[in-house]
Design a binder for this molecule. Structure first.
Ligand SMILES: O=c1ccn([C@@H]2O[C@H](COP(=O)(O)O)[C@@H](O)[C@H]2O)c(=O)[nH]1
Length: 270
């Protein structure tokens, strides 16, 4: 039987001593000039990024938004297969969910990848086809890293609890197979701390360090549950060498290594 996602992730984290999620947001406008004439420029870019970063990557997190074209989906498929060939799990940041028959189609994405992000605002039935995939990780958006994340997610319910806490409570209920994680931004360190107290056993995916300037220490301190969790940086790693022409990938590798070192300093502090 295939080991559950968080078990596999925990083994990977231990093996490479890293909680870094490398975000593969291969923005076609930022891919180096010399790769733009390739058949699949995003795939050519990602392959070089993976070669340079896989030793430091607990997982790869491509954001589906960057692959929403026929070429993009082909690039994504090649990228996923290549990452798997390097033994690195892939978490597709797709933020999916819909009514029953539609969401069942979305959940087929899990045939290709190891984990996915989902949107909780349509409720349990919209997530059911993801949640029942016991061997796959399902990260529920809880308190996002963007400035507008507070607009709805921080609103207080009649009970006095903020919406993001209710989402965490529901996600905990939905976690019948031990495959649920939460997405909590590093730009919201207080919410990260509150949520960790509320759901001590659920691993977080923490985006927002690097380009968004989030709190890396809080990301590590609160993002991990029994050592398992992910701290993501996308642009800060893959475009670290944007001005370096053909040696862009080396700069990405160095950025991933630096982030691992920085995060590990907080991991060992605990
Ligand atoms: O709350 C959220 C949820 C998802 N994201 C995604 O993570 C990466 C962050 O990219 P950076 O370049 O490191 O800022 C990107 O794919 C976002 O869509 C997030 O930032 N915040």
């Amino acid at each position: 039987m295939t080991a559950a996602f968080f078990e596999r992730l925990g083994e990977r984290i231990e093996r490479i001593d890293s909680v870094v999620s490398v975000g593969l947001d291969a923005d076609p406008d930022r891919i180096p000039e010399h790769l733009r004439e390739r058949d699949l420029p995003q795939w050519a870019f990602n392959r070089r990024i993976i070669d340079a970063t896989h030793e430091y990557a607990a997982c790869y997190k491509p954001n589906a938004a960057f692959y929403e074209s026929s070429e993009g989906w082909r690039s994504l498929r090649e990228t996923v297969a290549y990452a798997h060939g390097k033994d690195v799990p892939v978490l597709l940041d797709a933020k999916r969910a819909d009514i029953g028959n539609t969401t069942r189609q979305y959940a087929n994405l899990l045939d290709e990848v190891d984990a996915i992000t989902v949107n909780p605002y349509l409720g349990r039935d919209s997530l059911q086809p993801f949640l029942t995939r016991a061997d796959k990780g399902v990260f529920v958006l809880c308190r996002t890293s963007n400035p507008g994340g507070a607009d709805l997610q921080d609103l207080e319910l009649a009970s006095g609890e903020p919406v993001y806490e209710r989402v965490a409570a529901l996600a905990d209920l939905w976690n019948e197979h031990g495959n649920v994680g939460l997405v909590v931004g590093a730009t919201a360190p207080e919410e990260l701390a509150d949520l960790r107290k509320q759901v001590p056993d659920i691993p977080f995916l923490v985006p927002g360090v690097g380009a968004q300037g989030g709190d890396a220490e809080a990301a590590v301190e609160h993002g991990l549950a029994d050592g398992v969790g992910l701290v993501n940086s996308s642009r800060g790693i893959i475009f670290a060498g944007e001005d370096r022409g053909e040696s862009f990938a080396g700069a990405a590798g160095a950025a991933a290594k630096r982030l691992r070192t920085r995060l590990n300093q907080y991991r060992s502090d605990g």
